[in-house]
Design a protein around this ligand. Structure first.
Ligand code: M6R
Length: 618
């Protein structure tokens, strides 16, 4: 949570910082601020609210200078207001800091600093860092930062400047992401690549407890003892247009529509000459062959993708597989060992709970495979093996394209593993033929249900009217069985996140054990009843809901006779596909429905309240 940026070079720092912050806003957006040095003057501007408020303020009081740091906040310590907004400054020594993360021992440090006479103006943990660096400063900023890091507990990525040192920014990280950008005669720091991609594609990924010093002409990286480090410069292969809206009103909609292409690219990258490959996976087939059980660990949408993975892995690889929310896994002393493959799934690769789960699994001797979207992220680097999901930058807080890319990756990995383990009856060729058809089918669905006629938009408008007509009493229930049950949870999560409408997902078989009591004319019940082994059971569930006056929206297979049943209120038909691959298509209308309901209510879809794109704190 929170995004940070730093710049030094010939450009106007304010412009670079604001443009970078606009691309980091997905990490937090309750306040924003920048600090710029000009001559020996430090100008700090901070505002509560979205970045647009800060931009407006800077229009009235412009700030000149070519060296600066910036921050977009997701509050952890102290309310989101001007005073708690970053940067935080020690005025006496002119030390100013932006920070992403949580300083766990800040309260003890603060007490010590107060005893020494430091005056705190905010309620944040970050202000402690500014005063501590000032306290440690005796003529060498780099050393002062290094000494400060030794005293800090918790997670952080920081960018630091000293008023008297125009043309210099120091950065450091521990368990929160920080990258450096190398340009011609300019250098950048940022939480994430899209923030600086407009200016450079040459990136250094910093590791834990590394400190970087940037000036326009150069940079140096040091370990926690001050020894210089030689860091690899990576070249980013994707483009800034991939991180922009490309004509769509919201990133969420753009990302929904990117899915067919992402799946196409992903499949063609992984399948060569009829076989599945993972170039970057550094766990050997020999080690994978020894795996006796599989634990999947993730949060939120990635957890739902993991649930789909569990179904397919167990079915095809014939080993026990289970899935845990990372926040539970990390504290429940799971029974895993050297024969366990732990698959951690994360779009950002920075989620604190998932990272802790990964570390816990390694501690217990398991082999950890990360399924991750962000190149060079902490989870990607700490795992024993990595498979990238190749979805490109996901900007909307509500995850869509990362989900389908995670599921497709898990499918491919399943068949790869089944081949390694020589599972009887396993048919990689047949699976490859089928999955290759998915991108086109996804495209044809989006075409029919959105481009030609915005069916989900119309359903959402009806729901909105219904909701208002019932004094805001309606809600959603999502029901499914088997491999689409995770989609019921995902559909409900998407709707909750962006439209703030109460929504629950259930395995349809559970209805009689309680949730059916909810059925009257209020909830809209989304029933996933595509062609599947449990199809008849789903139809019975639908009949039971209808018999109790419920409003039913079904997601069914194209051409299903059920579509003609007039008692079903809303019908969505997805292209026919074999059951195990259906989650990739079924989720599309659920994503669109959530998007359009939120749009009807006029909410800020890409930045839902209280959320942040990557949850790097517990
Ligand atoms: O970056 P990660 O995949 O680790 O993030 C996990 C969850 O925080 C994330 O999926 C969250 O639930 C999304 N906002 C869902 O749309």
């Amino acid at each position: 949570m929170c995004g940070i940026i730093g710049y030094t070079g010939p450009r106007k720092a304010t412009e670079v910082l604001l443009s970078g912050l606009s691309r980091l806003e997905y990490r937090g957006y309750d306040s924003a601020g920048i600090a710029v040095i000009k001559g020996k003057k430090l100008q700090v501007t901070r505002k509560q609210g979205k970045l647009s408020v800060l931009i407006e303020e800077l229009k009235h009081s412009p700030v000149g200078g070519h060296t600066g740091i910036g921050h977009t906040r997701w509050a952890t310590h102290g309310a989101p207001n001007d005073t708690n907004a970053h940067p935080h400054t020690n005025h006496e020594k002119g030390i100013t800091v932006v920070h992403n993360g949580i300083i766990e021992n800040y309260s003890d440090l603060k007490k010590e600093l107060i005893k020494k006479g430091y005056v705190f103006l905010s309620e944040t943990d970050t202000e402690v860092i500014a005063h501590l660096i000032a306290d440690n400063y005796d003529g060498d900023l780099l050393k002062a930062v290094r000494d400060t890091l030794r005293e800090l507990e918790g997670s952080f990525a920081i960018a630091v400047m000293r008023r008297e040192e125009e043309g210099r920014v120091v950065g450091a990280r521990r368990d929160s992401p920080l990258i450096a950008g190398i340009g011609k005669g300019e250098r950048f720091l940022a939480s994430d690549v899209p923030a600086i991609l407009e200016y450079t594609k040459e990136i250094i990924y910093l590791d834990n407890d590394e400190i970087i010093n940037i000036t326009p002409q150069g940079h140096s990286v040091h370990d926690k003892n001050g020894s210089p480090l030689k860091k690899k410069i990576s070249r980013i292969t994707w483009d800034i247009t991939q991180a922009e809206k490309g004509g769509y009103k919201h990133f969420m909609l753009k990302e929904i529509f990117e899915q067919p292409d992402i799946l196409r690219r992903l499949i063609s990258k992984r399948v060569r000459k009829g076989r599945i490959f993972f170039e970057e996976l550094s766990i050997s087939p020999k080690d994978l062959a020894k795996i006796k059980d599989i634990a999947i660990v993730a949060c939120g949408t990635a957890y739902h993708a993991g649930m789909v993975g569990k179904y397919i892995l167990e079915k095809e690889v014939k080993v026990p597989a289970w899935v845990d929310q990372a926040s539970e896994f990390r504290y429940r002393d799971p029974v895993i060992g050297k024969d366990t493959l732990v698959i951690v799934i994360s779009q950002s690769g920075e989620t604190a709970d998932t990272l802790a789960g990964l570390r816990e699994a390694k501690k217990k001797g398991a082999t950890v495979l990360a399924v991750c979207n962000v190149l060079g992220s902490t989870i990607a680097r700490e795992a024993d093996g990595i498979i990238y999901t190749l979805a490109g930058p996901e900007i909307a807080v509500a995850s869509t394209k990362a989900y389908t890319a995670q599921i497709a990756t898990l499918f491919l990995f399943t068949y790869y593993l089944a081949a390694i383990k020589k599972v009887k009856g396993h048919n990689e060729k047949n699976f490859i033929n089928e999955i290759k058809k998915i991108p086109e089918k996804a495209e044809s669905f989006l075409n029919a249900y959105h481009t030609k006629k915005n069916v989900l938009g119309a359903y959402a408008a009806e729901f909105h009217n219904y909701y208002l007509s019932r004094n805001n009493k309606s809600c959603f229930l999502y029901l499914a069985r088997n491999i689409n049950y995770p989609n019921a949870l995902e559909g409900a999560l998407k709707l909750k996140e962006v439209s703030y409408i109460s929504a629950e997902g259930y395995p349809a078989g559970e209805m009689k054990h309680g949730p059916i009591a909810l059925i009257d004319e209020n909830p809209w019940v989304v029933c996933i009843a595509v062609r599947a082994a449990t199809y008849d059971k789903m139809i019975s569930n639908i009949r039971e809901i209808k018999a109790r006056g419920g409003i039913v929206m079904t997601v069914m297979t194209e051409g299903d006779e059920l579509a003609k049943d007039k008692s079903i209120n809303y019908v969505i038909e997805v292209p026919d596909v074999r059951e195990e691959l259906s989650p990739l298509l079924v989720v599309l209308p659920l994503q669109l429905l959530a998007y359009y309901v939120a749009r009807e209510f006029g909410y800020d879809i890409d930045k839902p309240r209280n959320l942040a794109k990557s949850v790097t704190v517990e």
